[in-house]
Design a protein. Structure first.
Lengths: 192, 282
């Protein structure tokens, strides 16, 4: 058990004993990361705040059932991701449309212009273009820096599935960001 | 077409393979145009992701998050330590000793009748209304003129001159120095304040300080601070204007808090020591 996990376990026990300071410490330790995951999943700040709130309320209400078999953070992330999935399903106004199976050749001129202008792609918008299950894998592994096994535990899928989702998510991200290069599909692309 | 392992490509892009294995794998991948393109795509996506700013809660969001979660869980916070308590009580002591006053606007007439006969009062309002009724009996000696019947005129007190409240303003009947009220809870607060007030009116400072977004956010941040009286937190987000003025020589900040009903006015006065008091009349 990592030191963070051990500390969280102790704080949960104190919280269940009515220690308000333990509540504050648990919030302080995890609120930013939970919010970051929710914001990356939902893009909308208010929605992310709502999801963050819902996550913590849900977790604290069930704290007495936390047996410590996994890290508290794993459980917290799992609840956060599921809360975001629920929010995405409810929000019909912001559907997460997956990319079409076929892709047009990348516009290398546009990509060059963006690079020359020093403009950075809208990472958040690109993330939103991913199907939710790809997005969660990429957010947890590549943005939160979690180990593959932990991501698998959070998402409740095998590690192999996590690897596949990460690969496909990054691939779609690259396509959306318009930075694919060297793909020998059209002669024009060879001009780079 | 040579098959390539997506997991291997991802692992090479991640940099998680042992160095020798990574070098060999990359050499194989780079020799295949499709695999090379996939590897480059993985690396570009990773680089873009890792360059993204890390989202963080701002202070207001953090305070709001903790407040709402705590409220949902009925997390009862301990009584404030002596130092924070003084932040609640110091203005009262300062008011008593320095002759500064809390703006207590007493008015009679139609608006008062609106307060005491409002329909649909919640249980939480009953205590205050009982206090206002009691104060009504004490107020008559103040001799205030009845404010105009319109809600707008009746709920506005405009300070004249350099921002000082004109004591003979038609809507100002009495300015009262309040004693040290000690630690306040909502019930204790309404019992104490309610017994001294007949009506709360909106106060506008006219010393030229305009409400701006920074001021409003600052005011909200003050009220959202955990050091403040917990029951004030819901009111924090209703602040719509901040004014600065003086009251008998003492600097005063006044916050206007939006109410949905013209007869519902919320008055918030801040003494120089930054103690916030929110009084709500329905």
């Amino acid at each position: 058990m990592t030191s963070r996990a051990a500390e969280d376990q102790a704080l949960i026990e104190r919280y269940l004993d009515g220690d308000v300071a333990a509540f504050d410490e648990l919030m302080r330790a995890h609120e930013d990361r939970v919010f970051a995951v929710c914001l990356r999943m939902l893009r909308d700040r208010e929605a992310a705040l709502d999801a963050t709130q819902e996550t913590f309320v849900s977790v604290f209400r069930k704290a007495d059932r936390f047996a410590g078999r996994s890290a508290f953070s794993t459980w917290l992330y799992r609840v956060a991701v599921n809360t975001c999935y629920d929010a995405l399903r409810r929000d019909r106004r912001r559907p997460t449309a997956p990319l079409p199976e076929h892709t047009d050749p990348p516009d290398t001129q546009a990509a060059d212009a963006i690079e020359a202008a020093g403009l950075r792609p809208d990472i958040e918008r690109a993330l939103q273009s991913l199907p939710a299950e790809f997005r969660s894998a990429v957010v947890l592994a590549d943005l939160e820096g979690l180990a593959l096994q932990e991501v698998a535990d959070i998402l409740g899928v095998p590690v192999g599935t996590v690897k596949s989702r990460i690969f496909r998510g990054r691939k779609q991200l690259a396509e959306v960001l318009g930075n694919l290069s060297g793909r020998p599909r059209h002669p024009k692309e060879e001009t780079r | 077409m040579t098959n390539f392992d997506p997991e291997l490509i991802a692992a090479v892009a991640d940099g998680t393979l042992p160095p020798e294995e990574a070098a060999a794998a990359e050499a194989r991948l780079m020799a295949n145009p499709t695999a090379r393109a996939e590897l480059e795509a993985q690396r570009l996506a990773l680089a873009a992701l890792r360059s993204a700013a890390v989202p963080q809660l701002d202070d207001m969001e953090r305070a709001r998050l903790r407040r709402t979660v705590a409220a949902e869980l009925d997390v009862i916070r301990p009584v404030a330590a002596p130092a924070p308590k003084r932040r609640f009580t110091m203005p009262w002591a300062a008011l008593a000793t320095a002759a500064a006053v809390l703006l207590v606007v007493v008015a009679a007439g139609p608006l008062l009748s609106l307060l005491t006969t409002s329909d649909g009062d919640s249980a939480a309002d009953t205590t205050f209304l009982a206090g206002t009724e009691a104060a009504t009996e004490a107020a008559p000696a103040a001799g205030a003129e009845a404010p105009p019947a319109t809600a707008t005129a009746a709920t506005t007190v405009v300070a004249e001159g350099a921002g000082d409240l004109a004591p003979d303003s038609p809507s100002v009947a009495a300015l009262e120095v309040l004693p040290d009220l000690g630690e306040l809870t909502r019930d204790g607060f309404t019992d104490e304040i309610g017994s001294r007030l007949a009506l709360i009116s909106r106060f506008e400072a006219t010393d030229g300080t305009a409400a701006d977004d920074n001021g409003i956010e600052s005011a909200r941040a003050l009220l959202a601070c955990e050091q403040r009286m917990p029951f004030l937190r819901p009111e924090a987000e209703r602040i719509t204007a901040v004014g600065l003025g003086t009251l008998e020589g003492e600097p005063v900040e006044v916050y206007e808090v939006a109410g949905a009903d013209p007869a519902e006015v919320v008055f918030l006065a801040v003494a120089a020591a930054s103690c916030e008091v929110v009084l709500e009349a329905r």
